[in-house]
Design a protein around this ligand. Sequence first.
Ligand SMILES: [Zn+2]
Length: 225
Amino acid sequence: MVFGIAGAGGRGPAQAKVKPGAQDVLIVVDVQNGFVPGGSLAVTEGDVIIPLVNDLARRFANVVMTQDWHTSGHISFASAHPGHAAFETLALPYGQQTLWPDHCVQGTESAALHKDLSIPHAQLILRKGYHPDVDSYSAFLEADGKTCTGLEGYLKVRGIGGVYVCGLATDFCVAWTALDARKLGFRAAVIEDACRGIDTQGSLAAAWERMKQAGVKRLQSSDIG
Ligand SMILES: [Zn+2]
């Protein structure tokens, strides 16, 4: 198992595939109607990854899925801030917040997991972003950087130390989840081809740089055995 070894490079035809074990989890982030083409916060090609995500999930005994799950009028919505538009950045009490079109309101079609997602053995569906006044990109910590979703405890009491992340969107919920995983002491990898990004104001390249600095491995689905 070479997964935990830090540093880039060394990838080549001779490298063994990563074999997920009982102490690893795949986190499938926000594969919801609101984030695929046709949704209010559509990620380009967000639906293209779904067959790959389903296939990838079969290689993991442990799978957690997340669901963005906002109150109506949520603080992350541009509509909650008169005079501001979607994709602007606004300083809020807990930090800088990108404003979004209304999306994934609790109980709506937008918030539902995509119908083609087929991961019957997923053990937990974690909802996040349900506090009206704080956003939560990360599956571990809300955007104030301190309010816990409970996922850290859930994984640690189960003895899980390796976190693999895929889903939507690479530069927001996927990246923040992987970065928090590192911060909380997990090994972490993002499976790039099983993700798609939003890429607003250079956010995709910036996210990959932050993940590299934090020791998040950048893998492809073909690296997973
Ligand atoms: Zn959201």
